[in-house]
Design a protein around this ligand. Sequence first.
Ligand code: ZN
Length: 207
Amino acid sequence: MNCLICGSIFQSPPTWRKLFIYEIEPTACNRCLSKFEKTSPEIDFSDFQGTYYEGAVDSVTTFYTYNEAMKSYLHQYKFLQDVALAQVFADELRHVFEAKEGIVVPIPMHPEKLLQRTFAQVDELLNCAEIPFKQLLAKTETNEQGKKTKKERLEAKSLFKVIDKIEAQNYLLFDDIYTTGTTIHHAAKVLKEAGAKRIDAITLIKG
Ligand SMILES: [Zn+2]
C-alpha cells in the first residue's frame, strides 16, 4: 500500500501476531515512522505554578516530541485537512487506551474553529483507533490561548464547561498536543468539580 505520509509504496510484513490478535494495519512506511521521536511518557509536574486549575489531573502520558517530522505531520493533518492521517497512530493509541481504565473524553474544539478546520481532529484520532468516547466538555471562549501571556492564561476563567452528567468514576482526557498544559488542567478541573474521581490525561505529542 501507499504510505499516507510520503506516498511511497511499502509492504507491512506479515506477522504471526496478526493471526491471533486484531491489529490495525500500519498506514505509514517505516522510514516516515522512524522520524517521529518518542518522548519520556510521563509529564513532570514539578515546574507548575500552583494555580487554581493545577492539581486536578492525576497523570499525563505523552508519546512523541514535537520535532520537524511531527510538525509537518500536524500541519498536513490539521491545516491541510488530510483526514486519512488520523490512521497513522491508530494502533498505538488503541494499545495505550486498552491499558487504562476510564471514560474517554476528548478535548473539544470551539464550534468556530471546527468550521475552519472542517473536522474534529482530536475525535478523529480516537475514531480511527476505534476507541469509544463521550463528548462531555464544551469550550467556553474563543480567545486563542497563544495570544495571552502566561500570567493571563493562568488567571483566566475556565476554558471548558461540563455538558453532561459526570459520575464518580475515572476519566481519560485525550488531546493531540500538550504544550503549556493549560488545556488539560482546565478540563481536568471542571471534571473533578463535577464529581469525577480520577483524571488521567493522554496526549499524542509533548510540545
Ligand atoms: Zn512514508
